[in-house]
Design a protein around this ligand. Structure first.
Ligand SMILES: [Zn+2]
Length: 266
């Protein structure tokens, strides 16, 4: 019988999370911005690195790759179109991979917006509700927020987020930063009457008060509380209009773009 899998949270830099997927023996790392904390976690848990998975080209997601490859030569999975020289297994929408060393199949989604070639990894096997639906989404979807648009258009990012929102509600969302509380403060400003949002604000404030991660969240929680998945909710449209940030008759992409720009200066 295959060994069961778990995901280790490895904090790095100021607010990054690096994810180590392992079965107690073998491990694959997602977005190793820094090699040091990963090598330390591998040693501390007696794990053998078998693969590197990358979502996009930013340094705080790939900076540790040379150190890890010096430690052990493993395949490097990553986006086909994001200009990462270290990638040995280029991936794009619809690809499926079996992660070396692990009983783990992941499918790949193109989620452009934050960068042009950003991809996400989805574990879809297992039954609903058994905790085996996972999403590794880099800097696309965050706890109660979304990534900045460095290379893509608002339409691309809105479509990417809509694609993630179609995953099962119980999908665990492993994003790459602890930005949740700051995102929730913005969400509270644009949709203060949202009860699910108020509950989340309380729960996640308590977690951060004792230095616990708020990540992973779930797609269900994000759909209920993340303004960037709710840009067309009447209450949010009203807030945008009241703040003078949305012209009458604007479409869903315009609403998303206005929300994203508002957050940039919030
Ligand atoms: Zn990034």
């Amino acid at each position: 019988m295959p060994r069961s899998l778990s995901v280790l949270t490895v904090p790095a830099f100021k607010d990054n999370y690096l994810w180590l997927i392992h079965d107690g023996v073998h491990a694959a790392v997602v977005d190793p911005g820094d090699g040091g904390p990963i090598l330390e976690a591998l040693r501390a848990n007696g794990l053998l690195l078998t693969a590197i998975l990358l979502t996009h080209h930013h340094a705080d997601h790939i900076g540790g790759v040379p150190d890890l490859l010096a430690h052990r030569q493993v395949p490097v999975f990553g986006p086909r179109n994001d200009g990462i020289a270290a990638v040995t297994e280029p991936l794009g929408e619809g690809d499926r991979i079996t992660v070396p060393g692990l009983d783990l199949e992941l499918s790949v989604l193109d989620v452009p917006g934050h960068t042009r070639g950003h991809i996400a990894y989805v574990r879809r096997d297992g039954q609903d509700g058994d905790g085996t639906h996972w999403l590794f989404c880099g800097d696309t979807l965050f706890g109660a927020g979304c990534g900045r648009l460095f290379e893509g258009t608002p339409a691309q990012m809105a479509d990417s987020l809509a694609k993630l929102a179609r995953l099962p509600d119980d999908t665990l969302v492993y994003c790459a930063h602890e930005y949740t509380l700051s995102n929730l403060r913005f969400a509270d400003a644009v949709e203060p009457a949202n009860q699910a949002l108020q509950l989340r604000l309380r729960a996640d404030s308590e977690k951060r008060g004792t230095n616990l991660p708020t990540i992973p969240s779930t797609i269900g929680i994000e759909k209920a509380t993340n303004p960037f998945l709710r840009a067309c909710e009447p209450a949010i449209l009203d807030s945008l209009k009241a703040a003078g940030k949305l012209a009458p008759g604007a479409d869903r992409v315009a609403a998303f773009a206005a929300l994203r720009e508002w957050k940039n200066v919030f």
